[in-house]
Design a protein around this ligand. Structure first.
Ligand SMILES: CC(C)(COP(=O)(O)OP(=O)(O)OC[C@H]1O[C@@H](n2cnc3c(N)ncnc32)[C@H](O)[C@@H]1OP(=O)(O)O)[C@@H](O)C(=O)NCCC(=O)NCCS
Length: 190
């Protein structure tokens, strides 16, 4: 089955041209996403750990993740205020899930500050709370620890992205058999 991709809504890997956008959006959401120096952001971009969502062809959101491992960590996630609620967050998360499934990672994890509305987003996307802990580095803020079981997430049709993911994983036959090109190209669940 073909992917009905709207080119204006694709999710792409960030390039160094996206650095200003990512840095500006991170600053706007500093309270929610924490602080990374521009040098650190640049390093994440160069290691292909930053993905960008687009609205009408313009960048409107990004996810920044850790290295490929049995558990993939989302370190930063933000969608421009004017583009929130349009499922760009799910598009970006779908890209991380496909990457996780492709490398055989079992979980996707993240910390989200207590009191942020975005905790509702992670819950709606199937993440399970592992409780409140002190995080946020030296600031010792109370954060929710969230985890998504990748296999359960892909199989659960009640989750917003699951059907789309199932289609692309079926086409790739199994985790680990999705080409890098497909991982990027399939991040379109509009
Ligand atoms: C969290 C964030 C990335 C979500 O992106 P988004 O594009 O607005 O979310 P989506 O439109 O993809 O929402 C997907 C689903 O999650 C649900 N959802 C989204 N935000 C929600 C919230 N605050 N509470 C409850 N559910 C929520 C929606 O209902 C939606 O499901 P539906 O379309 O079936 O109704 C975005 O709101 C954001 O950037 N927030 C500010 C920064 C931030 O807090 N970052 C996270 C730090 S941990």
């Amino acid at each position: 089955m073909g992917c009905v991709m709207n080119p204006d809504r694709r999710v792409t890997l960030a390039t160094t041209h996206d650095l200003n956008f990512v840095a500006d959006l991170a600053t706007k959401h500093a309270d929610a996403v924490g602080f990374l120096t521009r040098t650190a952001l640049d390093a994440y971009v160069r290691r292909q750990r930053v993905t960008i969502a687009h609205e009408n062809g313009d960048p409107c959101g990004y996810f920044l993740t850790g290295a490929d491992a049995s558990s993939i960590r989302i370190f930063q996630a933000a969608v421009h205020q004017d583009a929130q609620g349009l499922r760009h967050g799910i598009d970006l998360l779908g890209g991380v899930i496909i990457r996780a499934a492709a490398i055989g990672a079992s979980r996707i994890t993240l910390h989200c500050r207590d009191g942020l509305a975005s905790n509702g987003f992670w819950s709606a996307c199937g993440f399970e709370s592992r409780g409140l802990i002190f995080g946020g580095g030296s600031r010792r803020r109370l954060v929710h620890s969230w985890a998504l079981n990748v296999r359960d997430a892909v199989r659960n049709p009640s989750l917003p992205y699951a059907r789309r993911l199932l289609e692309s994983l079926t086409r790739g036959t199994a985790p680990g058999k999705i080409s890098p090109e497909e991982r990027t190209a399939e991040s379109c669940y509009a």
